[in-house]
Design a protein around this ligand. Structure first.
Ligand SMILES: NC(=O)c1ccc[n+]([C@@H]2O[C@H](COP(=O)([O-])OP(=O)(O)OC[C@H]3O[C@@H](n4cnc5c(N)ncnc54)[C@H](O)[C@@H]3O)[C@@H](O)[C@H]2O)c1
Ligand SMILES: [Fe+2]
Length: 360
């Protein structure tokens, strides 16, 4: 038996933000980060909503904390909006989703992603950090009512963000495709998201703005896949290392994903091979196709100037080994571990840590 639910209305294209006005709201609570206040995008979003009363919460920082979400929840509750909008990357969307969830009001929730990465605009996840640990909240009520994919917001994306967020999309698609909860529908979205992002990322990174909407749609499709299929060990370790060392989520995924593929290959080889062939990487025997998948990701990581090891990402390997016990524990306790195709034993996490710290 399979279940696949589509709740979020997805509106995409240039100028899609203008459709906010058609929601008929009167009181807007907008959650964003300081960058979008300064750039004027927050103001333009508020105007597009046609709301008479607007409050803007613009304090979101990358990897938002529980404390920040609690502060925002109190502000949101006091304002009593009929529309909550999140404008920004995964951090702004997650913070806003958590706030809207905890405030328990009667409003519509619209997410406007400005990075092509997290897929948070269609997922049941919101990730908050507490005491250096990233905690994924998972609840169906976190899924937004509307996702607005406006390509106008992607024109000035910095190269580093295209690369990092792009590897988040690839990791979502790869992990969802082999996850324990994968099914016919999630496979469709994961496969299309992977092929599309893998093909378009080099051009987007090189400055070809006309392909950016393609990667943006891929990010959303990967979100639709993983929110129902689940993720895996790459995300569990990315959360555990990200909480401790504050390296961008997508950079950690880029470092971890090839190693996780190698570890899972003996139970998920057939599916990894299918994904590789669908993306045009070839390989008639499964083992060759899995090798092509891993090598293709390593080549793309280099092309996008992403780090290959934790040391290259600025994390001292000695600090990793000093905290290895905590890192392993947090990874094993992360909900993403449950859907990894292979049981996540202590030694498996340590083996990947050895690879990404350059011990082997
Ligand atoms: N909820 C989910 O389903 C889910 C899934 C994956 C990741 N995440 C979370 O999302 C977060 C990462 O999100 P992200 O990669 O989108 O980055 P982000 O939201 O953390 O933003 C990173 C930086 O990029 C800036 N930025 C965002 N859009 C920009 C633009 N268009 N132009 C210039 N600068 C811009 C932001 O101001 C910020 O400083 C992590 O905390 C991760 O854990 C959530
Ligand atoms: Fe992610």
């Amino acid at each position: 038996m399979e279940e696949f639910s589509c709740k979020t209305k997805i509106i995409s294209g240039a100028g899609a933000i203008s459709t906010l006005g058609s929601l008929g709201a009167k009181r807007l609570f907008l959650v964003t980060d300081p960058y979008f206040m300064k750039s004027g995008a927050a103001q333009r979003t508020a105007e597009a909503s046609k709301c008479a009363d607007v409050e803007i919460f613009d304090k979101v920082q990358p990897d938002p904390t529980v404390e920040l979400a609690a502060e925002g929840t109190a502000r949101l509750r006091a304002f009593a909006p009929d529309l909550v909008v999140a404008l920004g990357g995964g951090s702004a969307m997650d913070c806003a989703k958590a706030m809207a969830f905890f405030a328990k009001g009667n409003y519509k929730f619209a997410a406007i992603p400005t990075t092509s990465g997290s897929g948070s605009e269609v997922t049941d996840f919101a990730i908050l950090t507490h005491n250096k640990v990233k905690h994924p909240l998972v609840d169906k009520r976190l899924r937004p009512d509307v996702a607005i994919l406006d390509s106008d917001l992607l024109q000035e994306l910095p190269k580093g963000l295209i690369a990092e967020a792009g590897f988040d999309v690839l990791a979502h698609a790869v992990e969802a495709y082999v996850a324990k909860g994968a099914g016919t529908m999630t496979d469709l979205f994961a496969q299309e998201a992977f092929s599309s992002a893998y093909a378009a990322l080099p051009a987007s990174y090189a400055g070809r703005k006309e392909v950016r909407l393609k990667v943006h749609l891929a990010a959303t499709m990967a979100g639709m896949a993983f929110t129902q299929a689940g993720l895996g060990l790459c995300h569990a370790m990315s959360h555990s290392l990200g909480g401790m060392f504050h390296v961008a989520h997508g950079r950690l995924n880029a470092i971890l994903l090839p190693s996780v593929i190698s570890c899972n290959a003996h139970v998920a080889g057939r599916k990894y091979a299918e994904l590789a062939r669908a993306a045009g990487m070839g390989g008639s025997a499964d083992t060759i196709a899995v090798r092509n998948l891993r090598n293709g990701l390593i080549r793309l990581r280099r092309e996008l100037n992403l780090p290959e090891t934790l040391a290259q990402a600025g994390v001292d390997p000695r600090a990793v080994w000093r905290n290895a016990g905590e890192i392993v524990k947090a990874a094993q306790e992360d909900p993403c571990c449950k859907s990894n195709p292979l049981e996540v034993e202590d030694f498996l996490v340590r083996r990947i840590l050895e690879e990404v710290t350059g011990r082997v």
